[in-house]
Design a protein around this ligand. Structure first.
Ligand SMILES: C[C@H](O)[C@H](O)[C@H]1CNC2=NC(N)=NC(=O)C2=N1
Length: 101
C-alpha cells in the first residue's frame, strides 16, 4: 500500500515531538551545527547509512560546520508522510553523538 499523506493535524502533532524540525516549502527540515567540518561530514555519512536502511532520502546539505536536511515523500507527490517523520526521528537519535545541536 502506498504511503498516505499526513493530515495537517497529524503533521502538527508529530512536529511537537520533534523540537528543531519544522515544515518549510512543504518539506520537513532541520539544520544542525557541529563542532567542525569532519564532525559534520561524519554525520552526513551516518545519515546516508540510515537513509539507505529506510530507503528514504533527504536532500542533505553539508556546510563547513552545518548539516541541513529537507525531506518529503516523492512517491506521495511531494507530500509529508510517516516516512519523513520516521527518518527525522532516526536522525535525531544519532545526531547528538556527533556533537550536533
Ligand atoms: C525506488 C525507491 O524505493 C524510491 O525511489 C524511494 C527512494 N527514496 C525516496 N526518498 C524520498 N524522500 N521519497 C521517496 O518517495 C523515495 N522513494
Amino acid at each position: 500500500m502506498p504511503t498516505q499523506p499526513l493530515s495537517q493535524k497529524e503533521i502538527e502533532d508529530r512536529l511537537r515531538e520533534l523540537p528543531g524540525w519544522s515544515v518549510e516549502d512543504a518539506r520537513l527540515v532541520r539544520s544542525y551545527r557541529l563542532p567542525d567540518h569532519f564532525a559534520a561530514t561524519a554525520l552526513v555519512v551516518h545519515v546516508a547509512q540510515v537513509q539507505q536502511e529506510l530507503n528514504h532520502h533527504s536532500d542533505l546539505t553539508l556546510g563547513y560546520d552545518t548539516v541541513a536536511l529537507a525531506v518529503s515523500t516523492h512517491s506521495a507527490g511531494g507530500a509529508l508522510t510517516e516516512k519523513d517523520f520516521a527518518l527525522a526521528e532516526r536522525v535525531e537519535a544519532i545526531a547528538p553523538a556527533h556533537g550536533a545541536h
